[in-house]
Design a binder for this molecule. Structure first.
Ligand code: IPM
Ligand code: MG
Length: 352
């Protein structure tokens, strides 16, 4: 079982270190970890945020554990050299089109939510975000228009086949959970969303056991704050999913708690190949200080064991250890506490 570890920039290396300790503590036979450079650190060492050797390493692995990318030192580089291109490049090169972002409130953390505790308590949703298309990967550019001013433009599009495959992921996820799927789009304004909605409705015929609803993205943002308990699975495109998953994280209480899995079609000897990463970024403001909460990355490692290695029992062990640590009052700065990255890792390991 080969896992490629790509810590990346900022707090990425701090949080992945703790997740690696957790993986190693499980003592799984045949587990091999190897490490590669991505992001700003890769740009500075190799001249590219996603060097060919890193991509080759990902391709040779059964799963990738990814930290975070992004560094102010790269803000003025041409877009194709910016650190973010590492994760976007991996997602597209590896065909990882289905991004699963679960958001659930841990018991004892209801007070940390941006919402009232009685609302926070009801949160148990999964955002299924399309990851290979949309305005993220369309043609884009900056052109000069009349009067010499600059105009930025980004092309948004979704084809039926792109929507169809992510819709299947969404419906199948709903079948395994509460049986409800809410498709989020902006079909009142965007043609991209019209194709999205029509296609989701067509796919729904294959899933009569799933209750399908549709919501415009602006209303979905409002509903997530007003009544988050109404959501089971949210199915949405790349851009809307990016925004709604950060919103969901604050409903849960901290972005330091949200894990994610990015899956495609490739099967390995053990399960579905995937890339696993916390949904947070590299947080350059606190990088190198050992302050970041590693739980989102630890929980991402748990998702890896479940989806890529068929080890749901080990995944549950990790999830229980995190949940018990939180219930025991283990808190980093993101949750109003004082514990550092390593101390939080220690607390999870003890409970494991
Ligand atoms: C995320 C991040 C990325 C995204 C960035 C780093 C490119 O915000 O994974 O949510 O926009 O997808
Ligand atoms: Mg994001």
């Amino acid at each position: 079982m080969k896992i490629a570890i790509f810590p990346g920039d900022g707090i990425g290396s701090e949080v992945t270190r703790e997740a690696v300790r957790v993986l190693e503590a499980l003592d799984l036979p045949g587990l091999t970890l190897f490490e590669g450079d991505v992001g700003a650190i890769a740009y500075h060492r190799h001249g590219h945020p996603l060097p060919p050797e890193t991509l080759a390493m990902a391709n040779a692995s059964d799963a990738v554990l990814f930290g975070a990318v992004g560094d102010p030192s790269c803000d003025n580089l041409a877009r194709h050299l910016r650190p973010e291109q590492a994760v976007l490049g991996l997602r597209s090169e590896l065909g990882l089109f289905a991004n699963l972002r679960p958001a659930t409130v841990f018991s004892g953390l209801e007070d940390m939510s941006g919402l009232r505790p009685e609302l926070a308590r009801t949160i148990d949703m999964l955002i299924v975000r399309e990851l290979n298309g949309d305005v993220y990967f369309g043609d884009k550019g900056i052109r000069e228009i009349d009067g010499g001013e600059r105009e930025g433009w980004d092309m948004m599009s979704y084809s039926e086949s792109e929507v169809r495959r992510i819709a299947h992921s969404g419906f199948q996820a709903a079948q395994k959970r509460g049986g409800k799927l809410c498709s989020v789009d902006k079909a009142n304004v965007l043609e991209t969303s019209q194709v999205w909605r029509d296609t989701v409705i067509a796919v729904a015929r294959e899933y009569p056991d799933v209750e399908l609803s549709h919501m415009y993205v602006d209303n979905a943002a409002m509903q997530m704050v007003k009544d988050p308990g109404q959501f089971d699975v949210i199915l949405t495109g790349n851009l809307f999913g990016d925004i709604l998953s950060d919103l969901a994280s604050m409903c849960v209480g901290s972005i330091g708690l949200l894990a994610s899995a990015s899956l495609g079609e490739r099967q390995t000897d053990y399960g579905t190949f995937g890339l696993y990463e916390p949904i947070h970024g590299s947080a350059p403001d606190i990088a190198g200080q050992g302050k970041a909460n590693p739980m989102a990355t630890i929980l991402s490692a748990a998702m890896m064991l479940r989806h890529s290695f068929g080890k749901a029992d080990q995944a549950e062990r990790i999830e229980a250890a995190v949940s018990n640590a939180l219930a025991d009052g283990i808190r980093g700065g993101d949750l109003g506490g004082t514990l550092g990255t390593q101390a939080i890792g220690d607390a999870v390991l003890e409970r494991l």
